[in-house]
Design a protein around this ligand. Sequence first.
Ligand code: URA
Ligand code: CA
Length: 433
Amino acid sequence: MRMIDLIEKKQHNESLTESEIKWMIEHYTADDIPDYQMSAMAMAIYFNGMNNEERSALTMAMVESGDQIDLSPIEGVKVDKHSTGGVGDTTTLVLAPLVASVGIPVAKMSGRGLGHTGGTIDKLEAVPGFNVEVTQEKFVDLVNKNKVAVVGQSGNLTPADKKMYALRDVTGTVESIPLIASSIMSKKIAAGADAIVLDVKTGAGAFMKSVEQAKELAETMVNIGEAVERNTMAVISDMSQPLGNAIGNSLEVKEAIDTLKGHGPEDLTELCLVLGSQMAYLGGVGSSLDEARAKLEENLQNGKALDVFKTFIAAQGGDASVADNPDDVLPKAEYTKEVTAETSGKVSEIVADQIGISAMMLGAGRETKESQLDLAAGLYIHKKIGDKVEKGEALVTLYSNKEITQDVVDKIINNIKISDEATTPTLIHQIVQ
Ligand code: URA
Ligand code: CA
């Protein structure tokens, strides 16, 4: 086989066969195919797309390019969740214990973050003592015993995707639905998922700006999932404003604890119940999404989800008293500042990505891979879109261990609009299954 023939085939809008795709990914991973040929291929795919057979073949070829986590020693259906990324997305911290509380094993490998805040792993490290580096054997033991463990990534998973993603980043080929879909699905499958729940975000703070784009991505991933025998469901959810009220590592841990106690922010709670129902249902709890949801709601009310959270934190060395006294246990910021409303009215816009960047400027996120996180840094949004506000009332509280500069305050003021009228955004646009 020759790569030039495959490039020309795709250029002429013909489909590639499974064996051609396998050959291409194998040889690209082994550095036998140069970046310039793969970037021509990525551009041809960008313009001409891929059908479901090609996307599924690409997904599995990337899965097979590296290590695959074997979760078969864990009893039950291993359901993983993936979010396409947003601002202040605290769902994993809530979902892991919540879904485990109804008996579904949650064996989660998470990453560190680049951007607005840390990833789930960074957030968990805000809990003193919490250990994210666990051997594969211990990981399996923890899930079998407590139904939940969240650890850092280990092993060489999907090296083909790492190489391709870096190449796409510099060749204008990131925004191709078949390439995004197979990239995401390959990582979940290599991490051992039997079933997958996807939270595809849409809006200003998301990768997919329109509901139509988000829907196309969601449907593409669900189709791949079916083709490769991983039951897959997706939610299209709003990211026109940050999720919940807290952005920042400690602040989000506290928000997750509030949510597990049944008094978290309305939007975060609802999204966790929607995603959690899908995870539980795919795992075999209840005969419908509604039945699965009722069980989750029950465990938020009766304290079982919070109990699982405590067990999970303690099992990984963390201080479980964080659940009862988060303010005493979590890192605290030396400096705080309130940003107040300059006029009265209703909050009509909160530009999610810019508010996320403000949190990063305070120290909550990494600008580069080497940046040090300030686990106490971040911000708390007091007013969400649609809320009434009086001039002088607090809009946002900022937290940091370095002195808070005026440019962060200005960024907040400039990115929260107050008008006479405001429409509350729809949180869940669609369920795709
Ligand atoms: N996220 C991924 O994991 N892969 C992509 O290709 C795009 C976004
Ligand atoms: Ca949040």
